[in-house]
Write a protein that binds this ligand. Structure first.
Ligand code: NDP
Length: 452
């Protein structure tokens, strides 16, 4: 919007770190027009050349890793160590999709009277709407496959955290990717995001964010029958069986929910523990949570930073009433700090039903395997989850029974560049990462050629 600006704030200090022009409908339309113009030439780039350009982008991300990690750490309040790991993943993702360009191909299908073949065609201009919790990472998960398939892009970062996307857009140009292929528009979701969703020249929306906005994206996309990929909220279970390595499960459980200050759609924020080992596990978990280093994100030793905003801190606080089982410490002074918090709950409590998106974990006991599966699945979400057991058959049985897109056994990790990521139920649909993401950024065309 001409003349309008907005402030970008460091959530650990509450200081303004940038003042940016706020885009509106007009600027969004201009970006879409630029992407539309750039599309024919970009789709025509030979696969190996497109791969080379993506590879160069990956290398530039590596070369600027420390700078990008500092930007992300200051804008999101992430501990610098975690920010470095995220930037490393961004480079890996671009390397992966550089390698994928010429491996995403069609088939020939035996038919009567001729030859039948399929082609993977780019969609055109895609709109990518990205949240504030992992701004650069989630951008790369969408940009990598979109560009590999030959689409051009309008990327809308969250207004709270636009800085790393703006720097990435400069590296895109430096890599030799032509002007207009990647366009970043910074403005409010209800204006810029909404415009992308409804725009006639946008073929697809790749969205990560809340289930509520995801629903409105789906509704808005209906007008133009746009393709959508939705990666929404989660309320994932970390299921601890009595036969697990309890020490290991308890030592890693805090990081499964307090990492990124709990602002993670994969946060294992319901910790389900078999009743026979409940007391012992709680004792180990409290000990492990006490050790989480909460503090200045620029400090190398920090493991958890502040929440993203004062408004979000208010929302997170509303989930904790009464005396929790455990509440950690936070630094004094400015910053949107919230302590690591453990509460005992039933699966019907609000803290166990809604996505808190903060460092609050609900402990829920269960009697046996059947009850564990029932409680874990008793949620509208289905994004991720963990199973801790030394019994391999049980691990596989429960993994198959959980209504979740991403499960880990004796681990709490969820994302890798080469493996599919996405949700069941109201956690969304479509898959990011791996070769699977390419399906969401291309159309399958069938061509029959008569030979008789
Ligand atoms: P939103 O869903 O509002 O934001 C996600 C992205 O969508 C942002 O870029 C936002 O832009 C944009 N957006 C907002 N409104 C619209 C719209 N009407 N049309 C198109 N795009 C829009 O999430 P919040 O930031 O409000 O977070 C709220 C809750 O959502 C969190 O507490 C958490 O529970 C969940 N969440 C889940 C995430 C996940 O990874 N699955 C990520 C983030 C949040 P802008 O912010 O600039 O307005």
């Amino acid at each position: 919007m001409p003349g309008m600006t907005f402030a970008v704030v460091n959530p650990a200090t509450e200081e303004t770190i940038a003042q940016l022009d706020e885009a509106g409908v007009e600027e969004t339309d201009t970006a879409v027009a630029r992407a539309t113009e750039a599309f024919p030439a970009w789709r025509a780039v030979a696969p190996l050349d497109r791969a080379r350009l993506l590879r160069r982008l990956a290398t530039l991300v590596e070369e600027h890793a420390e700078e990008l990690a500092r930007i992300e750490s200051q804008n999101v309040g992430k501990p610098i160590g975690g920010a470095r790991a995220e930037v490393a993943m961004v480079a890996q993702v671009f390397h992966f999709y550089a390698g994928a360009v010429d491996k995403h191909h069609g088939q020939t299908i035996p038919v009567a009277g001729g030859v039948d073949m399929t082609f993977r065609e780019p969609l055109g201009v895609v709109g990518l709407i990205v949240p504030w919790n992992f701004p650069l990472n989630i951008s790369s998960w969408k940009l990598g496959p979109a560009l590999a398939c030959g689409n051009t892009v309008v990327l809308k970062p969250a207004e709270l955290t636009p800085l790393s996307a703006l720097r990435l857009a400069e590296l895109v140009l430096q890599a030799g990717i032509p002007e207009g292929v990647v366009n970043v528009v910074t403005g409010p979701g209800r204006v810029v995001g909404q415009r992308l969703v409804e725009h006639h020249d946008i073929a697809k929306i790749g969205f990560t964010g809340s289930t509520e906005v995801g629903r409105s994206v789906m509704q808005g996309a209906a007008g133009t029958i746009k393709r959508v990929t939705l990666e929404l909220g989660g309320k994932s279970a970390n299921v601890i069986f009595a036969d697990a390595d309890l020490e290991q499960a308890a030592a890693s459980a805090p990081y499964a929910v307090f990492d990124n200050a709990g602002q993670d759609c994969c946060a294992r924020s319901r910790i389900l523990v078999e009743r026979s080992v409940y007391d012992r596990f709680v004792e180990l978990l409290v000990g492990a949570t006490r050790k989480v280093m909460v503090g200045d994100p620029q400090d190398e030793a920090s493991e958890m930073g502040p929440l993203i905003s004062a408004q979000h801190r208010e929302k997170v606080a509303s989930f904790v009433d009464g005396q929790p089982l455990f509440r950690g410490d936070v630094p004094d002074g400015p910053g949107f700090w919230f302590p690591c918090t453990l509460v005992e709950a039933s699966n019907d409590d609000r803290v166990a039903r809604e996505e808190v998106f903060g460092p609050v974990a609900a402990l829920i006991p269960f009697a046996d395997e059947e009850e564990a599966i029932r409680v874990a699945n008793d949620t509208p979400y289905g994004l991720s989850g963990s199973i801790w057991t030394e019994n391999g058959a049980r691990a596989l049985r429960v993994a198959r029974a959980l209504e979740s897109g991403v499960i880990s056994v004796n681990s709490n990790t969820s994302v890798r560049p080469s493996t599919p990521f996405g949700g069941f139920k109201q956690s969304g649909f479509g898959r990011e990462l791996g070769m699977y993401a390419l399906d969401g950024y291309s159309e399958l065309k069938n061509v029959f050629m008569a030979t008789s």
